[in-house]
Ligand binder design. Sequence first.
Ligand code: GLN
Length: 205
Amino acid sequence: MSLNVGILSIQGDVQENLLSTRDALNELGIDGKVTDVKTPEEISQLDGLIIPGGESTTIGQLSLVNGSMKVLKEKIENGMPVLGICAGMIMLSKTANDRVVGKTDQPLLGILDIKLERNSFGRQPESFESNISMTSIDIPKFNGVFIRAPSISDVGSDIEVISKFNERIVAVKKGNVIATAFHPELTTDISLHKYFVNLVNTSKN
Ligand code: GLN
């Protein structure tokens, strides 16, 4: 059966994720389409979703206003695979504080029991790249692109840590939910997108 993968296109890094996910489907030889989605109707049709990086306060507020927040939460809680990237990781979290301004009271999906710090490595000028590893999901070497990235200081017992950088947690997994503080769509390596597409395929079939 053909897969329907969506990239949440409220705000943020949509195009790069569309391209990486299409490449992943092609390389894996899996039949499916990848589209940008933002309305509750579009989201309700999906087999899998990527919440891209961008600005989590904007993504949260706008998806609350257009009614998508509710359907996103329901779909993910019912098992739809989701990859949350940077702002997407923040959206998936239960608790997020900003490194500088502290509590922001932004709308969150509250799916992952993680304690997260926004902008943890500094602001835009402090963006950096570093080799990281995600051995538990068979990606031993990956180029992590960190842009105003969050980090996780504490996780609940149901959360699997899949990557750390400088003692800080930067990628986690819980069942069909994956979240990364770095941007896999900004590298030429599509192995994480392939891993995600495989997850969507297995969960549908
Ligand atoms: N710092 C941003 C936020 O808090 C996330 C940055 C990103 O997605 N690259 O939403």
